[in-house]
Design a protein around this ligand. Structure first.
Ligand code: DAH
Length: 369
C-alpha cells in the first residue's frame, strides 16, 4: 500500500494547481479512473486481513469523497475562468461601424432594369426574355427588316457561324442580337393577345466610343389587344417617364420617325436643360431623345402569327445604359463595363434597396454614395 496521507496531499495539490478543464480531467482519471492510483489501492485491499481491510477501506472512501468534492470545486473555478476568457476575446464594441464593410453593390444598369420593371409591373406588364444569340428571322426578317436594311450590314452586326463544319454563310448565320425587338416575335409565337410585356436584355453592335459600347442594354415593350391606339402608347410612355425620373411634371413630345417594325413610328423626347457641364431633366427648353416607339406594323403581327385585322398594338424600345447615365449622372458609358470596384462603390446601390412604386424607385434609403 502507498502512504495514503501522502497520496491524498499529492493529488489534492494537483487538483488545486490544475489550469484548465482538460488537465483537471486527466488528474481525475489518473486518481479515481479504472486504473487510477486510488482505485489500485482499493483493489489491493482484498489481500489484507479483515480488520485492516475495514479500516483502510473506510479511509480510502473518505479520501475518494474528498477528491470528488475537490474536483467539483476546481471544475467550477476553471469553468468560470474559461467563460471569462471567452467573453474577453469575444467582446464587441457596438458603437463601431459594421465590419466587414458591405462590399457588394447593385450595378446601375441592374438598378435601372429593376426600376423599369417596377413601373411597368404596376401597369400590368410582365417580363419576357429571349436569347442573346438570335437567328436572323427573329432579329431582322420577322421585324419587317429586309435584307438590304442598313442595320443588317456587317459593320453594325456581329454575325456568328451557326455550323462550324461548313464555311461561313451570311444567309443562315446567327447574330448577336442587335436589338431586343426580336422578343416581340418570340412572345407572339408563344402567347395569344392580350399581350403586355417588357423585355430587358443585352444587345450587341460593333461600335465603341464614350456613348457606345459593343455590348449595351435595351428594354423592349409590347402591347397587343383589340382597339389599342396611339393614345394608349402616348399615355403609357408619358406615365413611364414621369415615374422613372421621379418627377410630377415632365415636358414630353413625340417626333415622327421611322422604324421598319412600326407604322406610324415616333421618337419620344423629354424636356431638359443642356449646358456644357450638366444635363438637367425636366427643366429648360432643350429636348433629349430617350426612346423609339410606334404602332406595331401589320407585317410584324403576321410574322408573329397574329391577325392584324383583329388586333393592333404598340411597341417601344429604349437604351438602358443611356437612361442610367442620365438619371445617375454618369459621364462615360465605357466605365460601366470596366469592373472597377471603386467605380461600382461610387455609382452602385446597396442590395437591400429594392425599387418599388410604393417604397420609392431610387430614393428609398438613398443612394449608396
Ligand atoms: N429596336 C430599336 C433600336 O434598337 C428600338 C425600337 C424602336 C424598338 C421602336 C421598338 C420600337 O419596339 O417600336 O433602335
Amino acid at each position: 500500500m502507498e502512504n495514503l496521507e501522502e497520496l491524498k496531499a499529492e493529488i489534492l495539490n494537483q487538483i488545486n494547481q490544475a489550469n484548465d478543464l482538460k488537465q483537471l480531467d486527466d488528474i481525475r482519471v489518473a486518481a479515481t479512473g479504472k486504473k487510477g492510483r486510488l482505485t489500485e489501492q482499493m483493489k489491493s485491499l482484498g489481500a489484507l486481513p479483515l480488520e485492516e481491510k475495514i479500516a483502510l477501506g473506510k479511509q480510502l472512501n473518505v479520501i475518494k469523497t474528498e477528491f470528488e468534492a475537490a474536483f467539483e470545486a476546481q471544475k467550477k473555478i476553471l469553468e468560470q475562468k474559461a467563460l471569462n476568457e471567452k467573453l474577453a476575446t469575444e467582446k464587441v464594441d457596438v458603437t463601431l461601424p459594421i465590419r466587414p464593410e458591405i462590399q457588394g453593390r447593385i450595378h446601375p444598369v441592374s438598378k435601372i432594369f429593376e426600376e423599369v420593371a417596377a413601373i411597368f409591373g404596376q401597369m400590368g406588364f410582365t417580363v419576357a426574355e429571349g436569347p442573346d444569340i438570335e437567328d436572323q428571322f427573329h432579329n431582322f426578317n420577322a421585324l419587317n427588316m429586309p435584307a438590304n436594311h442598313p442595320a443588317r450590314q456587317m459593320q453594325d452586326t456581329f454575325y456568328l457561324n451557326n455550323d462550324p463544319s461548313k464555311p461561313f454563310d451570311m444567309d443562315t448565320a446567327y447574330v448577336a442580337r442587335t436589338q431586343t425587338s426580336g422578343i416581340q416575335i418570340r412572345t407572339m409565337e408563344k402567347q395569344q393577345p392580350p399581350i403586355r410585356i417588357i423585355a430587358p436584355g443585352r444587345t450587341y453592335r460593333s461600335d465603341y466610343d464614350a456613348t457606345h459600347t459593343p455590348m449595351f442594354h435595351q428594354v423592349e415593350g409590347l402591347v397587343i389587344d383589340k382597339n389599342i391606339t396611339m393614345a394608349h402608347l402616348k399615355g403609357c410612355l408619358y406615365d413611364f417617364v414621369k415615374a422613372f425620373f421621379e418627377l410630377d411634371e415632365l415636358p414630353v413630345r413625340y417626333r415622327p420617325s421611322y422604324f421598319p417594325f412600326t407604322e406610324p413610328s415616333a421618337e419620344m423626347d423629354i424636356g431638359c436643360l443642356k449646358t456644357k457641364t450638366e444635363l438637367k431633366v425636366g427643366a429648360g427648353t432643350d429636348w433629349l431623345e430617350i426612346l423609339g416607339c410606334g404602332m406595331v406594323h401589320p407585317n410584324v403581327l403576321k410574322a408573329g402569327g397574329i391577325d392584324p385585322n383583329e388586333y393592333q398594338g404598340f411597341a417601344f424600345g429604349m437604351g438602358i445604359d443611356r437612361l442610367a447615365m442620365l438619371k445617375y449622372g454618369i459621364p462615360d458609358l465605357r466605365t460601366f463595363f470596366e469592373s472597377d470596384v471603386r467605380w461600382l462603390k461610387h455609382y452602385g446601390f446597396t442590395p437591400l434597396d429594392f425599387s418599388s412604386m410604393t417604397g420609392g424607385l431610387s430614393n428609398n434609403g438613398g443612394l449608396a454614395r
